[in-house]
Design a protein around this ligand. Sequence first.
Ligand code: ADX
Length: 201
Amino acid sequence: LHAIHAPRCNRGFTIFFTGLSGAGKSTIAAALRAMLDGKCGQPVTLLDGDAVRKNLSSDLGFSKQDRDTNIRRIGFVAREATMRGGIAICAQIAPYDAARKAARRMLEEAGGFVLVHVATPLDVCEKRDPKGLYAKARAGLIPSFTGISDPYEPPPDAEVVVDTTDVSVEEAAEEIVRCLVLLGYLRTGNNIGAADGQPSM
Ligand code: ADX
């Protein structure tokens, strides 16, 4: 995955993740940030779901209305980065199609929008249960938990679909970079995916 170069005309865009809790969104987003940061001449802003919940949206819960508000806030910050020619990476569950589509409309207008569905199935996420939340949700201790007692609407319009059941984080991030090249957001010729500008292969 060497040979990826500067982005198209320094146009900003947003990489918007969606998927169940425990699907791998945050880890892939962090790996993707590491791959892109400093390699394509655009500032990369990572808006991780948990960090957003702790800071920007600490007043919100998990009703549909609050989740929609959360996504609107994330979209607003991503738009600021995107309009300035940056790359925003947003990693949150974003369970509702309408909220994702509203973010898409706004961010396409700001520069570009790529929806990445981390489609790791519920049973795999639940088996992993990295935060122990599925067990609590099954025990009825967390109400309205996505995938258990709250809806997740799979996106019909994702540009990229990755399933981390059999694919490593690195492979998933590389697949996303390949798609960004195919979609014209990144150009080949640089060293994205390699540490410190060294070719990766
Ligand atoms: S979103 O629906 O508004 O996009 P977001 O990604 O910000 O959700 O937050 C999801 C994270 O909050 C989960 O990874 C989990 O750690 C935590 N969480 C706490 N309660 C819930 C819940 N009821 N449903 C889903 N996630 C929850």
